[in-house]
Design a protein around this ligand. Structure first.
Ligand SMILES: *[C@@H]1O[C@H](CO)[C@@H](O)[C@H](O)[C@H]1NC(C)=O
Ligand SMILES: *[C@@H]1O[C@H](CO)[C@@H](O)[C@H](O)[C@H]1NC(C)=O
Ligand SMILES: *[C@@H]1O[C@H](CO)[C@@H](O)[C@H](O)[C@H]1NC(C)=O
Length: 538
């Protein structure tokens, strides 16, 4: 009891300190400086041979994982690369195949793509006995198919013989038919009084439990995929379902609970009245991609999604004002904190939240806002520090930097590195840090970020690699990553390998079209939270 009280007081004192003035001085951004004035480029230019060597190594990693999957796990969701069998953690429709299609397309792995397309055409989305996650199914399956359609009916149509009359034309169009079938099978999940969807259900259910709650990432990370489906098919119902639910996040019913800082929300929302149940949150698990999609919807269609952009700006401003924080031992570093009830700040970070640097850079580019660009690059530095400080060269799942709570055994580590291990210290083949390097490279063209991405790839290749694929490692504080767990997540194909490929693949553009994120306010593609590129609306 005493411990709890003491801890609370310490946290409140620190909040006061933050709300005071230190951070304002740290973040006193001039209005229009060139980014290079803040971040002088320091990376060494790579020649064509070195770029080729690196993209080949990344493709080799894809093929190593794919071959292991085909040998031991096809057609399940993912390879278990230690026990050499398949697992179905994503409802069992073959998640790795569908999530991996876009990356194989960009890498122009022709026979892999043909196998994947033929498989997808035969999936029966009307039948499933397993529990379905609306969020995971939307971002991995629906997003995977729609992005592959955009790529293969557009810039990659020629390479994959997918133009009208050619051999793969029907298979590519089937991606849309299958997307419709999947969305139709799941749409009853939105059948609550508010239209806020259930997060989990079975296809054999006839109704959802409307007393349930959903999380803001679960409600707010559907709108890009379901809107894209409507725009491709011309059938507005899918966009309407996702956008109606999103209204409860754009306008909070009970802001005294649900909006502790302007634009920064609580986590759980009740289906039957749209009210927030708590006031904790941040940019990490359960919330993350709600914020991510606010700016991405604006990138997707500037005319329709202005309100989403305004909401992102509110969240971004509050983040800089209330959540940005530097560890006492390393004031050169910046992290983004979390908050719990009564606006208490906790100095905790996570690998998941490391997408935020890239997201601020996207916002900075499309809104032409130097403050967001500079802040984004600082956050990229902070997340890089969680990789470069560990013996394995990989960042932990969770970390913290509360000076008053540093564990006795980690004082020296905290003094030197500005964070300490706290909570899970595994590395789960997550993409967010490399994703932010990609955005930083595209904005600054500083090869330093490519070196960081290459360092990460080499660390993954030497610690997470098994005889049949890649897997989670249990402890990034050990040079060899500790124990190997038994899961090759489908997002390894969709996200990690795609961002790595894109950051080194200068020539990998079809015609004059560069796929992905580019410097400047005009984007032709928007990358979903699962790293699936969608063509934006003109
Ligand atoms: C896909 O759907 C369209 C429109 O409903 C239909 O014309 C087409 O035959 C379908 N394709 C296949 C392969 O079933
Ligand atoms: C939606 O829910 C209502 C009331 O629970 C029910 O009558 C209706 O059949 C449901 N519709 C769908 C499409 O599931
Ligand atoms: C990745 O690991 C494999 C197997 O150990 C090795 O052959 C390959 O050279 C490594 N790639 C890089 C870029 O280090």
């Amino acid at each position: 009891m005493f411990g709890m009280l003491r801890r609370t007081r310490v946290v409140l004192l620190v909040v006061f300190f933050i709300a005071g003035s230190t951070l304002y001085m740290l973040f006193d951004y001039p209005s229009e400086p060139s980014l290079h004035a803040f971040f002088p480029p320091s990376g060494i230019q790579l020649d064509a041979k070195e770029l080729r060597y690196r993209t080949d190594a990344i493709k080799e990693a894809y093929m190593h994982s794919w071959n292991g999957y085909m040998k031991y796990a096809y057609p399940t969701d993912e390879l278990m690369p230690m026990s050499q069998k398949g697992g179905n953690s994503m409802s069992g429709w073959g998640a790795s195949i569908i999530d991996g299609l876009g990356t194989a397309t960009l890498m122009e792995l022709h026979s892999v793509v043909e196998t994947q397309l033929k498989f997808i055409a035969k999936v029966d989305y009307t039948k499933n006995e397993n529990v379905i996650s609306l969020f995971e199914t939307t971002i991995r399956y629906l997003g995977g198919m729609l992005s592959a359609f955009d790529l293969l009916s557009g810039p990659y149509a020629e390479s994959f013989k997918a133009r009208k009359g050619e051999q793969n034309y029907e298979l590519v169009n089937e991606l849309v038919n299958q997307s419709i079938k999947l969305a139709d099978a799941m749409k009853f999940a939105f059948n609550s009084t508010t239209g806020i969807p259930a997060g989990y259900f079975r296809l054999t259910d006839t109704s959802i439990n409307t007393n349930d709650v959903n999380i803001i990432a679960g409600i707010g990370t559907l709108v890009l995929e379901w809107t894209r489906l409507s725009d491709i098919t011309g059938d507005p119902q899918y966009a309407q379902l996702a956008q109606r639910a999103q209204e409860y996040l754009l306008v909070v019913q009970n802001p005294e609970v649900g909006e502790p800082f302007p634009g920064l929300l609580g986590t759980h929302v009740r289906l039957n009245d749209g009210k927030f149940q708590d006031s904790f949150g941040g940019w990490g698990a359960l919330s993350d991609s709600y914020y991510e999609y606010l700016i991405k919807m604006f990138v997707y269609d500037k005319r329709r999604f202005l309100r989403y952009k305004e909401r992102w700006v509110q969240a971004a401003e509050s983040t800089i004002k209330y959540l940005a924080s530097s560890p006492a031992s390393r004031t050169d570093l910046v992290y983004v904190a979390e908050y719990s009830n009564h606006n208490q700040i906790s100095f905790k970070g996570s690998h998941l939240a490391c997408f935020i640097g890239g997201n601020f850079l996207l916002g900075g580019q499309v809104l032409k806002n130097t403050k967001y660009n500079v802040f984004g690059l600082r956050l990229v530095d902070g997340c890089h520090n969680t990789y470069s400080s560990t013996p394995s060269g990989l960042g932990p799942e969770n970390f913290a930097w509360d000076e008053s709570l540093v564990p006795a055994g980690q004082k020296e580590f905290f003094t030197k590195n500005g964070f300490y291990y706290s909570g899970s210290i595994d590395y789960r083949l997550r993409p967010e840090v490399i994703e932010s390097y990609y955005h930083a490279y595209m904005v600054t063209r500083d090869n330093k970020y490519r070196e960081w991405a290459w360092d990460a790839f080499k660390a993954i290749n030497s610690t997470c690699r098994t005889s049949s694929g890649f897997t989670t490692v249990s402890d990034v504080s050990q040079a060899d990553g500790g124990k190997k767990a038994d899961k090759q997540e489908s997002f390894w194909f969709a996200e990690v390998l795609k961002y790595l490929f894109l950051i080194f693949n200068e020539e990998g553009v079809q015609g004059s079209e560069r796929i992905g994120f580019v410097r400047g306010s005009k984007q032709k593609w928007v990358i979903t939270t699962e790293a699936h590129p969608f063509r934006v609306q003109d």
